[in-house]
Design a protein around this ligand. Structure first.
Ligand code: IDP
Ligand code: MG
Length: 134
């Protein structure tokens, strides 16, 4: 299987709840490497770009509030099949569908506050790594 890089982001709720260490441990335990990391405060402009597929949704203002409520930790995660692998480790988007044993299944308190982002395709991983790490 191919070695890939994917973009992962620990959302403000994850940082505020003191779960950075726990989540990074799970990523490392899986065998992936953190090859870059950056604390960032995101603004509306970059969030409109990153969540362009959601800007028309009624819940978009709440996503903006949530994602600007504090710093995020952006990560570049590398490993075999890391794009799909991180999505599996994260668990489903919807709070009620995220399986126990996944990061979201174990820590998400709602769909909006689901702790972690991971790129959904190799193409988007490249775009998102450029977006947040330049
Ligand atoms: P993903 O994060 O699993 O890739 P997306 O559909 O790309 O899921 O949605 C981006 C983020 O927007 C989700 O992680 C979640 O925080 C939020 N979101 C998605 N759908 C809903 C919803 O129905 N209600 C509230 N927030 C949502
Ligand atoms: Mg997504």
């Amino acid at each position: 299987m191919e070695i890939q890089k994917t973009y992962v982001m620990l959302k403000p709720t994850c940082v505020q709840r003191g779960l950075i260490g726990e989540v990074i441990s799970r990523i490392e335990r899986k065998g992936y490497k953190i090859i870059d990391a950056k604390m960032m405060y995101l603004n509306e402009e970059i969030l409109r770009e990153h969540y362009a597929h959601l800007t028309d949704k009624p819940f978009f203002p709440q996503i903006l509030d949530n994602m600007t409520s504090g710093p995020v930790l952006g990560l570049i995660v590398e490993g075999r099949n890391a794009v799909v692998g991180m999505r599996i480790l994260m668990g489903a988007t919807k709070f009620e569908e995220a399986a126990a044993g996944t990061i979201r299944g174990d820590y998400a308190s709602s769909t909006r506050e689901n702790i972690i982002h991971g790129s959904d395709s190799l193409e988007n991983a490249e775009i998102e790594i450029k977006r947040f790490f330049g």
